[in-house]
Design a binder for this molecule. Structure first.
Ligand SMILES: C[S@@+](CC[C@H](N)C(=O)[O-])C[C@H]1O[C@@H](n2cnc3c(N)ncnc32)[C@H](O)[C@@H]1O
Length: 282
């Protein structure tokens, strides 16, 4: 018999995450506030149609992709390879997978790898498409340290050794992967990837100045119709002000955001208009 999660792909995990983002409360440990839960449910329900709209892919196809990801072994593999990795199979990782799967990019570039959960989901999507390669850049913090960015925010993502960077990525997915270690500020402009990119994902230094700088580099490389994705959008106004500056309509999902370069996408058959849900707590 079909479960609720089967009939409404993405639910209820996406609702739980959205509820946490909007209220700062976990449904697992505190009683639900009915109005907040309803709002989170509505917002989470709008996410799949929004991805459909931006990628021109029917929601039914995205449902199928999501089921394939969940049925596949990636979640278990990452857990075995790297027990301390967090965010495995999270709504953030699933939606990232959907963007890559649905837009069928040839060239994907990401900054910020850490243990490799996002890289693994991007690479799984490329493998499932049987097309495309990923260029990743990371400047690891080695030891039990942390980094304080220019805006004073603390990034606690650290590794025990340099070799731990990206260690969650299964061997079977690595043939499409080019990992370079170093500061994105130095490496991004001269990355040995093809000059035109299809999809860029920022998840490195979330200071406003660095985000704006990365977005500028990526935007100049993205093809018409290419996608720029960013994590931790609520940290500051970099993503929204960049979107405004380039005249792109931002789609905010969970703590992340996506803009599409060039002419807006013709609607997918069942996709709604690009109304953005609230970005949630900073
Ligand atoms: C939040 S973690 C990335 C998490 C990863 N995307 C995931 O979903 O599993 C941020 C990473 O960016 C790296 N980083 C910070 N500043 C950087 C910079 N200037 N250039 C490249 N990487 C940087 C950090 O060392 C850390 O590994």
């Amino acid at each position: 018999m079909a479960t609720l999660a089967d009939r409404l792909p993405g639910f209820p995990r996406w609702v739980v995450e959205q509820y946490w983002i909007e209220t700062g409360r976990s449904l697992a440990t505190a009683p639900a506030h009915p109005l907040a839960l309803r709002r989170a449910y509505r917002t989470a329900r709008a996410l799949l149609p929004q991805v459909a709209h931006l990628t021109g892919t029917p929601s039914a196809t995205l449902d199928r992709y999501l089921r394939e990801l969940r049925r596949g072994g990636l979640r278990r593999e990452i857990g075995v390879r790297c027990p301390k990795a967090t965010g495995i199979g999270s709504p953030h990782a699933e939606i990232l997978y959907l963007f890559v799967r649905a837009s069928r990019p040839s060239v994907v570039v990401e900054t910020g790898v850490h243990l490799g959960v996002s890289s693994a989901h991007i690479l799984q999507a490329l493998a499932d498409n049987a097309h495309g390669e990923l260029w990743s850049v990371d400047l690891p913090t080695v030891g039990s340290g942390y980094r304080v960015n220019e805006d004073g925010r603390i990034d606690r993502a650290h590794v025990a050794s340099v070799g731990e960077t990206g260690s969650a990525v299964p061997e079977r997915l690595r043939s499409r992967w080019h990992l370079t270690l170093g500061d994105a500020k130095e490496l991004l402009p001269t990355l040995p990837a093809p000059p035109v990119w299809d999809l860029f994902f920022h998840d490195s230094d979330h200071s406003r100045a660095h985000m704006l700088w990365e977005f500028g580099v990526a935007w100049s490389r993205l093809r018409d119709g290419g996608l720029l994705l960013s994590d931790d959008v609520p940290d500051n106004d970099a993503f929204l002000s960049f979107a405004r500056e380039v005249g792109a309509t931002p789609f905010l999902w969970l703590r992340r955001g996506t803009i599409r370069r060039g002419p807006s996408r013709p609607d997918a058959p069942d996709a709604g208009p690009p109304a953005s849900p609230p970005a949630g707590r900073a």
